[in-house]
Design a protein around this ligand. Structure first.
Ligand SMILES: Cc1ncc(COP(=O)(O)O)c(C=O)c1O
Length: 433
């Protein structure tokens, strides 16, 4: 019998889990197999990361081969070719303004790296007074102290004291009166003017960076109003504030392009990536740096170490191999195009759920969708978890936060998979009280 006690699972009700564990033992394509031998349709791309499908042969082969050849190489003052090759290929698929990559080992680390880079950038340019960081309510930027501080989820912050000083937040962009909007809501761009209010309050000369998820993923696929990101860009640019897009979820095809930046036509100064970067196979995060930030921080500084920052496993050989292979799969299989083609189908299917009991909103963009349920009286999260359980009983895995069910199909889904996924949610929702 497997001992479930010693492992403390993240973001999990561990005691509830131990009473009725859901154990996944293998995976291939868009399916898992659970410990009872059942096939489970992956409706969440793992945790928004296995965008190209599980155990892709090309990625498996690349990582295996790398492990046989070079398992590890120190990354301070030594290199290995894989990290350089991957950085070059990655820059090649990013918007044109970007020319360098800093690797980390998770989204959280990459976020904290981006925040530190922002501070260092201003200091290098003689504006060391710019230390304030601005996040947004309902934003999720991982669990480091930086990411938790700029994050806007009360429960994620509550236990951890005062967090970083000098942080402020924009209001979130969710508007319940726009419920059941397909894609981007028309109204709400002016919420970006919150930034102007914070500039008026604190002074632009104190603000280093604004970090947002172009589409807030973890708090339930909150799609930005038309023009919102453009306005944020305008205001940041006008005041010399760096704009950081946390694309840990929106990157790698989720919205039908390599980045949300490309899809929305808004170019930030830094892009944070993780998850899909290695198709979830080997932990990795990255900050993609625009040329002007790079110029200030690396080519334009005095000789010597440019940035006193990095991790033992930055650009790890296995992660780099997985990253390179993932990019090859994206290109050879046209995964962004496939996602874009499938998005309409997901939209149609998921909005059919609007008529089901307790559904108070359905949101979607690209291959991301959320079905938000009316919370039970005095029991928030209970209906959501009940849907997760009922879907799993039907052989479908969905992601739930509170009473919102998030759907994140792999980019290699077929029409039948979309129908199966949405059908399972429908049956589950019909069964709850
Ligand atoms: C937008 C965003 N940023 C950062 C993170 C943190 O990534 P990780 O869990 O790899 O640390 C996540 C994870 O869900 C995320 O969605």
């Amino acid at each position: 019998m497997l001992d479930l006690e010693p492992h403390w699972m993240p973001f999990t009700d561990n005691r509830r889990f131990r009473r009725s564990p859901r154990m996944l033992v293998s995976a291939s394509g868009v399916h898992y197999r659970d410990s009872a031998g059942r096939s489970i349709l992956d409706g969440a791309s793992g945790l928004w990361c296995v965008n190209a499908g599980h155990s892709h042969p090309l990625i498996v082969e690349a990582v295996t081969e790398q492990l046989r050849t070079l398992d590890y190489a120190p990354c301070f003052e030594f290199g290995h070719p894989g990290a350089f090759e991957f950085a070059a290929d990655l820059v090649g698929v990013m918007p044109r303004a970007f020319d360098r990559v800093i690797f980390a080992n998770s989204g959280s680390e990459a976020v904290d790296t981006a925040l530190k880079l922002s501070l260092a950038y201003h200091r290098a340019r003689g504006e060391g007074g710019r230390t304030r960081l601005i996040g947004r309510e309902r934003g999720y930027h991982g669990v480091g102290f930086g990411g938790t501080s700029v994050g806007g989820i009360g429960r994620n912050r509550a236990a951890f004291g005062t967090l970083l000083p000098g942080v402020d937040h924009l209001r979130h962009t969710y508007d319940p009166s726009a419920a059941f909007t397909r894609g981007q809501p028309e109204a709400g761009a002016e919420l970006a003017r919150d930034l102007q209010r914070l500039i008026d309050l604190h002074g632009a000369e104190t603000i280093a960076a604004v970090i947002v998820e172009p589409v807030a993923g973890s708090t339930g696929v909150l799609v930005p109003p038309v023009g919102y990101l453009q306005l944020l860009r305008e205001i940041t640019e006008r005041h010399g504030i760096l704009l950081v897009f946390d694309e840990v979820i929106t990157g790698y095809g989720r919205l039908g392009g390599m980045t949300a930046s490309e899809v929305f036509g808004v170019t930030p100064d830094l892009i944070v990536l993780a998850k899909g970067l290695t198709n979830g196979t080997v932990p990795m995060g990255a900050v993609v740096v625009s040329a002007h930030v790079d110029e200030a921080l690396s080519t334009g500084v005095a000789p010597g170490v440019e940035l006193f920052h990095g991790y033992t496993c930055s650009g790890h050989p296995l992660a780099a191999a997985a990253g390179l292979a993932t990019l090859r799969v994206f290109e050879e299989e046209g995964l962004c195009e496939r996602a874009a083609a499938l998005a309409h189908l997901l939209e149609e299917a998921v909005h059919e759920l609007a008529r089901e009991p307790f559904v108070r909103d359905v949101r979607n963009i690209g291959l991301a969708a959320a079905v938000e349920l009316e919370p039970g009286a005095g029991a928030p999260g209970v209906r959501g978890f009940e849907v997760l359980k009922r879907c799993f009983e039907q052989g479908v895995l969905v992601r739930v936060t509170g009473d919102t069910i998030a759907l994140a199909p792999a980019l290699v889904y077929t029409e039948a998979h979309v129908e199966e996924l949405v059908g399972a949610v429908r049956t589950a929702v019909r069964g709850i009280h």
